[in-house]
Design a protein. Structure first.
Length: 494
């Protein structure tokens, strides 16, 4: 019987055996996600610090009010500049913890931080899914996912209860479902719905919705564009209805937010930065990852032009805004990781042979892993915060000593009022950490002689009476037994 010749591989086709590469790719993806989860859980359980007050007063504190009935109220929740989706999500986590007995702040705060960290891991899987939807091989997609799962900057932000973290997952999954040319009607509807949800979590994610519609229109996919527009319109209606139910006016939070940030440029009061800010800070915070991801993303221009355009649009529009914070880019980082995977796949196709392909993918993962291992060395200068005042101070555990003493105060049965003499309340964990419905005063609050509080958080040399807890250079001290009533106490964040 004549021997049937084995067909020669086509140019650029992978030579790694079909039974080998998928196993390697799946093992690599699993390892990346497990390591990403380990990094995030470690920092969730070992950092009580703050990057910016929003991670408490736009999420944890209003959620605490929903679940436990009290908490400080930021101006956004007085004037209605935020909707209630993010606090509602966090309240769901707090409520679930409460259902299972987690009513102590040390418990429900850890649960919340771990939850947000795992959302970040799911977003890394979303990068893998988005890369696969644009034709990347499993091996390239797994390596690309590492650029989000294991990189220092995403790890730093991951455990924080911020709208950027919560919305990154529906953004990346929504585009993975809706953006590919072969998307079914069901996938398109689900993807557009996820993007609509992302807008409810963070208004700026509307850029992704506009980007999706723009790509569909540019590809002359008019029917999918119309269907996506109809779904997004439904979510816009839900946004307006929620505001009407909670604030009494259709789209109230969006209108107040846009008036403050766009018409009045109110956010510039917290600082401005030039167009180059994001590129500079990303390079400082994770230089090798940023250079590698950027170069590979450019290689994806031919195979994923729509995705690249959407990601670039989000980046450029944020770079054009005067007030900048690195966290604002978190929703787009999984997209750049997916683009890097698509670009890497083009590189792997050129390598062809089994060993170079595997080594190239592992090299990308190694770069990301090195970044994640160095995350503990991040300073505020590396994450673009407080650059003019304390750029060399560690970005981790800022205000952590105050927050640990708030946790200690939460266990004091003799507590009837507390003053934090060393910090403004905005840079503390508030009632989310204190978890007692007693007056809480800022550094510029009533004097000790007022009798309105029984305990103070201060420095040891100024500590009166009995020191009952210590954390770093600070102490929790008891002034007196009992407190005078304060009928004028306001729950508004000063």
């Amino acid at each position: 019987m004549p021997t049937v010749p084995t067909p020669a591989p086509t140019a650029g086709a992978p030579l790694l055996a079909a039974s080998t590469e998928p196993r390697l790719a799946r093992a690599l993806l699993g390892a990346v996600l497990v390591a990403g989860a380990a990094f995030r859980i470690h920092w969730a359980l070992n950092d009580e610090g703050m990057y910016w007050p929003d991670e408490v007063y736009q999420s944890l504190e209003p959620a605490h009010r929903l679940v436990y009935g009290y908490g400080l109220v930021a101006w956004e929740f007085i004037e209605g500049a935020r909707n209630w989706v993010l606090p509602g999500l966090v309240a769901g986590v707090l409520g679930l913890a409460r259902l299972f007995g987690g009513t102590e702040p040390g418990v429900y705060l850890d649960v919340t931080k771990v939850f947000f960290g795992l959302v970040g891991v799911a977003s890394a899987w979303g990068s893998w899914r988005l890369a696969r939807a644009h034709g990347a091989s499993e091996l390239a997609a797994a390596a690309g996912a590492a650029l989000f799962a294991l990189a220092a900057v995403p790890i730093y932000f991951a455990p924080r209860a911020l709208s950027e973290n919560a919305s990154a997952l529906p953004v990346v999954l929504g585009l993975a479902l809706a953006l590919p040319k072969g998307a079914s009607r069901r996938a398109l509807g689900a993807g557009a719905s996820l993007l609509g949800l992302a807008v409810l979590l963070r208004l700026q994610n509307g850029i992704f919705c506009v980007g999706l519609l723009g790509v569909l229109a540019a590809q002359r996919r008019w029917r999918p564009a119309g269907e996506a527009l109809a779904v997004l319109a439904g979510w816009a209606l839900a946004y307006g209805l929620l505001d009407w139910l909670t604030w009494g006016r259709w789209f109230h939070s969006a209108l107040v937010y846009l008036d403050f940030n766009v018409l009045r440029d109110g956010a510039s009061a917290w600082g401005t930065a030039p167009f180059s800010y994001y590129g500079r800070v990303l390079f400082k915070g994770m230089g090798a990852v940023s250079l590698l991801a950027g170069a590979l993303a450019l290689l994806a221009a031919r195979r994923a032009p729509g995705l690249l355009a959407v990601a670039a649009l989000f980046f450029v529009l944020h770079a054009l805004q005067p007030h900048k914070e690195l966290r604002f880019l978190v929703p787009v980082l999984p997209l750049f990781a997916a683009l890097a995977a698509v670009g890497l796949d083009s590189v792997l196709e050129g390598l062809g042979a089994r060993t170079p392909r595997a080594m190239a993918a592992l090299a990308v993962v190694a770069v990301a892993t090195a970044s994640g291992l160095g995350a503990g060395r991040l300073t505020f200068g590396d994450v673009g915060q407080y650059e003019d005042s304390r750029p060399r101070v560690s970005a981790w555990d800022d205000s952590g000593d105050v927050n640990r003493l708030l946790l200690a105060a939460s266990e004091r049965r003799d507590l009837c009022g507390l003053k934090i003499e060393v910090a403004h309340l905005a840079w503390t964990g508030g009632y989310s950490y204190l978890h007692q419905p007693v007056p809480l005063y800022s550094h510029n609050g009533p004097s000790r002689e007022s009798g309105l509080y029984s305990h103070v958080i201060t420095v040891p040399e100024h500590a009166p009476g009995e020191v009952v807890a210590r954390s770093g250079p600070l102490v929790l001290a008891r002034l007196r037994d009992g407190c005078a009533p304060d009928p004028g106490y306001a729950w508004r964040l000063p």
